[in-house]
Design a protein around this ligand. Structure first.
Ligand code: ADP
Ligand code: MG
Length: 552
């Protein structure tokens, strides 16, 4: 059984494995004659759920039975639930349906599949990661690990063109998201003295509402406008079927314009046929502002790492097939742009990583993940071992980094008015596992207990005002920091505990979550909790039950 890499995309998903020569190959989606599967689910009726291109063809006519862009919802705190034919579906369950379709793709071609690596955006927090993993498990897959999409893209690039230390800017323009990531690849030696290639994420940026769909929408509006002009109808009067016809044809026209100088679209409006020719130049003019928007995100992401010298720019995502994108990026980074199978690179990188995790005999894995063979107590299959090329394992190791910053909420008594602040123990991008300890004190003598709240955020500052106060009420803070309450630890204190009792608080972050520990140093009593996803927070309100920063 091979291991597989899965790019679970916002608009298109892709699955790959290594072939018998150790080269990554994508499993074709023969039904749609494509390398990818549209991440769109159509709930046709209670007995039939369709995933892929056929589902996409119902967006305009049966939009209320179609779910798309579910990746934007996965692991979000106010989880949206979809309801069809009396059944409810969470974003995790919808994602599982997409993953099941990918799994079926392998099985319908005679393959066996269990162990997989699924990719996630570098900016995903713990909850989004955990929900993605859950979706994989729900689809009956054994998720060995998750890997950041840009890291996977960089891996697949390096498998092709091995390079020494380099800083790569990954420009990933997909269907609904734009991600810019600066990754550093460096050579170092592992514990056994072997040369290994490390990949670190230095900075991330982008917009999760910017992607190929914006280019489609511009083309859609243009064609609809021409249809209206020719038929004398207003846009509201154009029938849903006609709109669906335009919707289905814009993406095709857009793809044609990536290859040719013009594309012809034929639409039947009110029984008469309208033929519209769009030239590449016109298309480029109507979307120039979108290209500029992506370049602004490139600038702002670069500004986060002023010392980084970009050696290579990797174009990833189906939308980078559009020549206007390559031209714009080339203009800014002359001679540095690389583009190889942009809609498959992430899945291929994940397949390379999956094979790296499955180590030689015995099936031990480098990440501590358990393979399906290990879980069932069986042997690691031969195919697995042979599909893992020696040279790849020797070359790369991916250093896991914290996807967020983490720390407790505590009272800062130094300010003129005491403030509830978040002290970042572990900062985004630190090597995992990361660990940090600090000493705090009860607010008052004889305090019964401490309510220690753990937060994640995207700031690299030492101290932040959290987005919730000590009572758990939302606060207005800079939304860019994305402060999120992860959960809490209740620390009970014995009677007559003085307010100068040191309480040592430790945060440990690894790929599976955050471990929070508090030790009452007077009694040596240990309190701990493990926060994988947003745990329920008890609504009890009391500012007293806090820890404060200093002893005086
Ligand atoms: P995701 O956003 O899910 O990661 P992809 O990276 O596969 O997905 O990108 C999908 C987007 O790429 C879609 O908007 C699709 O229309 C677009 N796309 C794919 N191929 C081409 C092409 N040849 N020319 C222009 N756009 C393309
Ligand atoms: Mg993608």
């Amino acid at each position: 059984m091979s291991t597989y890499g899965i790019d679970l995309g916002t608009t298109y998903s892709c699955i790959a494995r290594l072939d018998s020569n150790g080269n990554p190959e994508v499993i074709r989606n023969n039904e749609d004659d494509s390398n990818t599967v549209a991440s769109v689910v159509f709930f046709e009726n209670e007995n039939n759920v369709v995933v892929g291109q056929a589902a996409k063809e119902n967006i305009e006519t049966d939009g209320d039975r179609v779910v798309q862009f579910v990746k934007r919802e996965i692991g979000k705190p106010d989880t949206r639930v979809y309801e069809f034919d009396g059944k409810t579906y969470t974003p995790v369950e919808i994602s599982a349906l997409i993953l099941t379709r990918l799994k079926n793709l392998v099985e319908s071609q005679g393959g066996e599949i269990s162990d997989v690596v699924i990719t996630v955006p570098a900016y995903f927090g713990l909850e989004e990661r955990s929900a993605t993993k859950q979706a994989g498990e729900l689809a009956g897959l054994n998720v060995l690990s998750l890997i950041n999409e840009p890291t996977a893209a960089a891996l697949s690039y390096c498998a092709r063109q091995f390079q020494e230390d380099r800083t790569i800017l990954v420009y990933d323009l997909g269907g609904g998201t734009f991600d810019v990531t600066v990754v550093k690849m460096s050579m170092s030696q592992n514990d056994s003295g072997k040369d290994v290639q490390k990949i670190n994420v230095l900075a991330t940026g982008g917009d999760d509402r910017l992607g190929g769909k914006d280019w489609d929408d511009r083309l859609f509006d243009h064609i609809l406008h021409v249809c209206c002009e020719e038929s004398g109808l207003t846009s509201e009067e154009v029938e849903a079927e006609t709109r669906q016809d335009i919707r289905s044809k814009v993406e095709e026209a857009k793809r044609k314009l990536s290859k040719k100088q013009s594309a012809k679209v034929r639409i039947d409006v009110n029984g008469s046929r309208t033929e519209i020719v769009i030239t590449r130049k016109e298309f480029e003019q109507m979307t120039a502002d979108k290209v500029a928007q992506t370049m602004n995100f490139v600038e702002s992401t670069l500004a986060k790492v002023p010392d980084a010298e970009i050696d290579t720019v990797l174009l990833v995502g189906g939308s980078t097939y559009m020549p206007m994108i390559k031209n714009a990026v080339e203009e800014k980074f002359p001679g540095k742009v690389q583009q190889h199978d942009p809609d498959q690179a992430v899945a291929k990188g994940a397949a390379i990583y999956a094979s790296m995790l499955v180590v030689e005999e015995g099936g031990a894995t480098s990440s501590g993940a358990k393979t399906s063979a290990e879980k069932s107590g069986g042997e690691t299959s031969e195919a697995k071992t042979s599909s893992q090329p020696e040279q790849l394992t020797a070359k790369f190791t991916v250093e896991d980094q914290t996807p967020r910053s983490f720390g407790p909420g505590v009272m800062d008594m130094k300010a003129s008015k005491p403030k509830y602040v978040l002290e970042n123990f572990i900062k985004i991008g630190e090597k995992m596992p990361a660990i940090f300890t600090k000493t705090y004190y009860p607010m008052e003598d004889n305090q019964e207990r401490v309510r220690l709240r753990a937060f994640e955020n995207m700031s690299t500052e030492d101290t932040l005002i959290p987005c919730v106060d000590e009572d758990g009420n939302p606060q207005a803070t800079d939304p860019a920091h994305n402060v999120k309450l992860l959960g809490e630890l209740i620390v009970n204190l014995p009677p007559e505990t003085p307010r100068d009792t040191p309480i040592n608080v430790t945060f440990k972050v690894d790929a599976s979550g955050v471990h929070v520990e508090a030790v009452n140093t007077k009694t040596n009593e240990v309190f701990e909790t493990f926060l994988r996803t947003g745990s329920d927070i008890d609504a009890e309100k009391s500012a007293v039950h806090q820890l404060r920063i200093s002893a005086d």
